[in-house]
Ligand binder design. Structure first.
Ligand code: ADP
Length: 581
């Protein structure tokens, strides 16, 4: 059962474009502000060129009147400069927070989409994936996209715009000098393309290796993981594992930075070359009075001073853009994973009245391993069935198919005569109670943990469920009873106590079908006896499937489903075979 491969070809940019679309009004406004900013910035060289040619004009002797007039001009110029700065900063102050807000909103939507999508994915996805790696995509990659939108996108647009306008102005001032200074530009583009590939490869590697580190850490920080490491005395081995992952992440990071800065340095050298050309040839033109005044040269020089850093910025932003696009890709990869269990568009809400379960020629396997090879049997309403067989033969798999944690590759499963694939997933799962073998409790109160199965349940209903699951007595002895926090920072429960909470949680929603995986495991003999008594009470009027290795301990059962080598045999309690394939 191989997972569907994500379609990498849906471009990251297309994805980002779709996400920016709802903000197009704000973006257009910000863009207008940027145009105004660009114009204002480009006006400065004109103003200074004017000052040089008209205010400082190098006449030998200036009459007192002329000095007064020039001073007046200087005052005017100063006012213009002041005006430029005031307007520039006002525009910036207006536009920047809007870009910040667009970045925040896009990141919010991306994370929300990811979380929503992750919840639609089937159990097999979670079994294959490392939680650290997935959470790194939700947090780190989205963060990178957000920062790019907030800090770079607008700047990138303004840089491109200024590059165009400054080039136009330079061509207008002196086309020959302009072409000469612009001759280095194609080399900048070449440098960008030369460095793009290694930067993006190492950026991706660094991201993935970093996710490996957080994956390893999460495993080891988990109480179970930490206990296993201590019990096996493999701390050194685990430290080595993390060290290796961190080293790989560090190496990729360093390599990525090496290429990133090499690109910057090469681009800066090109700028140096351009400046030498400009000053040399420009100086020659002014000295020989070949169509360029000193003021114009100054304007030209200042335009180049604006143009080159912008170009350099643009090139380095292209690197950042590549890294951001890698992150958008990584997010899109997750969003494109199709859940292997899907709801039909015309699915109906499940209403399980009888609780009759029928497997019809069910074939199921993981990859090349066949677990069920054409299983057919019927479990009648209100029957209490033990699911037995050697370890690893497929008992959990068989019960997991009922609530569609997986879908069979062939055959059908019916509940009350309806194919389970015709039901909506939530309605189906709401009516089937599961007590998994590994109890999972949230870091919350006892009450919240049990109510999790049915948030609308009243306190009385929760207490009733815990009484039936033989959990009420021990909950009452906890420091704050039902309000006692459990898990991190709260009380730690024994494995048997956790199991009883799991049973209470499963029966709270009063399911027509109850599935329990080894409910007696980790209980001491006395608790076991009580639990069997309790189970006998709570299974009435339900179809119950209990996975167990100890059939003798559960006297309430009236049928046994034995699974071995992909084949299922159904026996009654006297051992008589009712059905065998
Ligand atoms: P049981 O509950 O009887 O111990 P399971 O249903 O858990 O058996 O597993 C049946 C077989 O399928 C085992 O060989 C197990 O290794 C394999 N298996 C279980 N889950 C997966 C999975 N998600 N991917 C691949 N193989 C799996």
């Amino acid at each position: 059962m191989s997972p569907p491969l994500p379609n990498k070809k849906r471009t990251a940019l297309g994805d980002l474009y779709e996400r920016l679309k709802p903000h197009k009004a704000v973006l257009a406004l910000v863009f207008l502000c940027l145009v105004a900013l660009a114009v204002l910035e480009l006006a400065m060289p004109q103003v200074l060129g004017y000052v040089f040619d008209h205010v400082f004009k190098g006449d030998e002797s200036l009459s007192a009147e002329l000095v007064q007039e020039r001073l007046r001009m200087l005052w005017m110029v100063l006012l213009v400069v002041l005006g430029i700065y005031v307007v520039r900063n006002a525009i910036y102050y207006f536009a920047k927070p809007r870009m910040i807000s667009v970045g925040e909103r896009v990141a919010f939507d991306m994370r929300q989409d990811l979380v929503r999508h992750l919840h639609t994915l089937s159990v097999d996805f979670y079994q294959r994936s490392n939680p650290g790696k997935i959470s790194s995509r939700v947090m780190r990659d989205v963060q990178r996209v957000k920062e790019f939108l907030q800090d770079e996108l607008a700047q990138m647009l303004i840089n491109a715009l200024m590059l165009l306008v400054a080039t136009g102005l330079m061509l207008y001032l002196n086309w020959f000098l302009a072409l000469l200074t612009l001759a280095v530009m194609p080399f900048h583009v070449l440098v960008y393309y030369l460095f793009r590939k290694p930067i993006s490869t190492y950026a991706r590697q660094a991201s993935e290796r970093f996710a490996d580190v957080s994956g390893n850490l999460i495993e080891q920080l988990d109480a179970g993981g930490a206990a296993t490491v201590k019990a096996a005395a493999t701390q050194l081995l685990e430290q080595e594992k993390i060290r290796q992952s961190m080293r790989r992440s560090m190496r990729a990071q360093i390599k990525q930075s090496k290429y990133y800065y090499l690109q910057k340095v090469t681009a800066d050298m090109l700028i140096g070359l351009g400046t030498i050309l400009l000053v040399g040839v420009g100086g020659y033109l002014v000295l020989h009075e070949r169509g360029l005044t000193g003021g114009q040269f100054l304007t030209f020089y200042l335009l180049v001073r604006i143009l080159y850093p912008r170009l350099l910025n643009l090139v380095s932003q292209a690197g950042k853009f590549t890294r951001m696009a890698t992150s958008v890709d990584r997010v899109a990869e997750i969003l494109q994973i199709e859940p292997s269990v899907r709801e039909k568009p015309d699915a109906i809400p499940a209403e399980i009245h009888e609780g009759k379960i029928e497997f019809r020629d069910v074939v199921f396997g993981y990859d090349s391993l066949t677990v069920l090879d054409g299983a057919s049997f019927t479990l009648g309403p209100n029957e209490h069935v033990l699911v037995t067989g050697p370890s690893g033969c497929g008992k959990s798999t068989l019960v997991n198919l009922i609530a569609r944690f997986y879908d069979p590759q062939k055959g059908e499963i019916f509940i009350d005569g309806v194919d389970v694939r015709d039901f909506t997933l939530t309605s189906l799962r709401r009516q089937i109670g599961y007590v998994f073998q590994d109890p999972f409790l949230f870091n919350d109160t006892v009450m919240a943990n049990i109510r999790y199965a049915w948030p609308k349940a009243s306190d009385e209903q929760v207490v009733e469920a815990t009484r039936r699951a033989y959990a009420h007595e021990f909950i009452e002895t906890l420091p704050d009873g039902y309000e006692t926090p459990i898990g991190d920072g709260g009380v730690q429960l024994s494995a048997g106590q956790k199991r009883r909470l799991m049973i209470a949680r499963a029966i709270l929603k009063n399911p027509r079908i109850l599935i329990m995986d080894e409910p007696l495991v980790s209980l001491d003999p006395e608790a076991r006896e009580k639990a069997v008594e309790g189970l006998a009470g709570l299974i009435r009027n339900r179809t119950v499937l209990t996975i167990t290795h100890y059939p003798g301990e559960l006297p309430y059962a009236n049928k046994q489903v034995y699974i071995c080598d992909g084949h299922v045999t159904v026996r009654d309690l006297s051992g008589r075979v009712i059905h065998s394939e």
